[in-house]
Design a protein around this ligand. Structure first.
Ligand code: ADP
Ligand code: ASP
Ligand code: MG
Length: 444
């Protein structure tokens, strides 16, 4: 059995839902994970923002508009009167819940309930459409098995046990439909795996059932060698090692959720990135491949804060470092990049939460300066230190760009550069030109 995940654009209109229905029916008995229809989660986020500001009428207007869209989808998808009534009933239930949550006392609890409705809508509509087409679809409510623990990590034992039991209830199903993104937290409340989290759902479910493969179906033919939103003439990468894909996802390649590679990697389950609009295209295969002698791809991670701490020399170098890391650790702030010198250290973080407190404590041990609006540009491929010329090629490509930090050697497949926001696109384009236009450095 495989896990097939379809993103928002792939189920973004009645036509696309029909296409995906055909595609999944042809592929046999698999678990199909769906995102919300494109735009829906953004709209649900917006509804939450209005409610936090106590603008209940504003929220209700958006709810009404969203409901009109779903009524149109139902009218196009369902030719059979009984199924149309049933689908309208599901839409009724979701929108009356949304209206009941549009109230003055609005907290994170209500917000999470609202955010969960997008995936519930898309999966209910797909499930009913498949039934209308005579496909024996089984509906798996993710809130019955997707659970995180107190650290916000997937509770794999719970998930495996409850998912397996649920699958066993439908021995004759042609396929299974479930929601990406949504889960319950350790306390049983509705929660989610953060934006883009349906990829992570797919990977976790793949691990839970020890799937043959995890397929991530989206609107592009695989992981491209650079960000196609900013760079022209990018091309799909045929194969990536799990570690390379994880680096690219973590450092900004939007096609994959930052942490979704890990469950697949741990269980050695291949992940294939495929294009719903072009199902025959090869896409990208992510597995345990050897990747000698090529630079594979470039990605960029925005909104980075660089903090430089210059030691006041009152401390020994080792205790200075210890104290710096301790402060970041106490605030639970993961560090992305690090560069050291005899007198100080530069560190990057991707979240400004509690920054003032962190800086206050750092000031006790040294002089602190901060650069905001920075971007990490990450070059991924075979960057084993024994190779010659690969780091040089990346650095050479950026010769006209001011670089604030460089990090290399943390892994065999990544070199990262910190540049300012204005230089992000020129840096991505320069790397494209120098690394992927037939001038790859050759290994001696
Ligand atoms: P989905 O809704 O299917 O999850 P996403 O929008 O999350 O799709 O991811 C697909 C998008 O990721 C593509 O349309 C593309 O614009 C963007 N993207 C960014 N970097 C890359 C990359 N290196 N390769 C492919 N797509 C990328
Ligand atoms: N619907 C959610 C989002 O838009 C999850 C996902 O699409 O992966 O972020
Ligand atoms: Mg996505």
């Amino acid at each position: 059995m495989k896990v097939l995940k379809f993103g928002g654009t792939s189920v973004g209109s009645p036509e696309r839902i029909r296409n995906v229905a055909e595609l999944i029916t042809a592929r046999g008995r698999n678990i199909v994970v769906l995102s919300a229809m494109a735009g829906t989660t953004n709209t649900l986020v917006e509804i939450g923002e209005y409610l936090y500001k106590h603008n209940i009428n504003g929220a209700k207007e958006i709810i009404n508009e969203l409901e009109r869209n779903y009524r149109r989808v139902v009218a196009v998808l369902f030719s059979d009167v009984d199924f149309r009534m049933e689908a309208d009933g599901e839409v009724d239930a979701v929108f009356s819940l949304l209206r009941s949550l549009a109230r003055d006392s609005f907290t994170e609890f209500e917000e999470k309930e609202i955010l969960a409705q997008g995936e519930l809508l898309s999966t209910k509509l797909m499930h009913l459409y498949l039934l209308q087409q005579g496909v024996h679809s089984a509906f798996l409510p993710a809130l019955e098995f997707m659970k995180t623990d107190k650290n916000g990590e997937a509770d794999m034992d719970f998930i495996t046990e409850h998912l397996t039991a649920l699958l066993d209830e439908y021995p004759d199903a042609d396929l299974y439909i479930t929601q990406g993104y949504i889960c319950r937290n350790a306390y049983g409340a509705t929660d989610n795996l953060r934006r883009g989290g349906s990829d992570l759902t797919a990977s976790i479910l793949g691990a839970a059932i020890n799937a043959k493969e995890i397929e991530i179906w989206t609107d592009i033919d695989g992981m491209h060698n650079n960000d196609p939103r900013y760079v022209e003439n990018t091309s799909p990468v045929a194969e990536l090692h799990f570690d390379e894909a994880a680096e690219l996802a973590y450092f900004g390649a939007k096609i994959l959720h930052p942490t979704c590679v890990l469950p697949a990697k741990v269980n050695n389950i291949p992940v294939r990135l495929l294009n719903t609009m072009e199902p025959e295209a090869h896409g990208t295969l992510i597995y345990n491949t050897e990747t000698a002698h090529t630079i594979k791809a470039v990605a960029a991670k925005d909104d980075i804060i660089a903090i430089k701490i210059k030691s006041s020399r009152m401390m020994l170098a080792s205790s200075f470092m210890h104290r710096v890391f301790e402060i970041f650790d106490n605030y639970n702030r993961p560090i992305d990049m690090i560069a050291t010198s005899e007198v100080g250290v530069s560190i990057t973080i991707d979240n400004p939460l509690k920054l003032e407190h962190i800086v206050d404590e750092l000031k006790e041990i040294g002089t602190v300066s901060i650069d905001r609006d920075m971007v990490i540009i990450c070059v991924v491929g075979d960057l084993d230190w024994h190779n010659r010329g690969y780091e040089a090629a990346a650095i050479d490509a950026l010769r006209d760009i001011p670089v604030r930090m460089i990090s290399y050697g943390g892994s065999n497949n990544n070199i990262s550069f910190l540049v300012s926001k204005e230089d992000k696109i020129p840096a991505l384009r320069a790397l494209q030109k120098h690394l992927f236009s037939n001038c790859q450095p050759s290994n001696p």
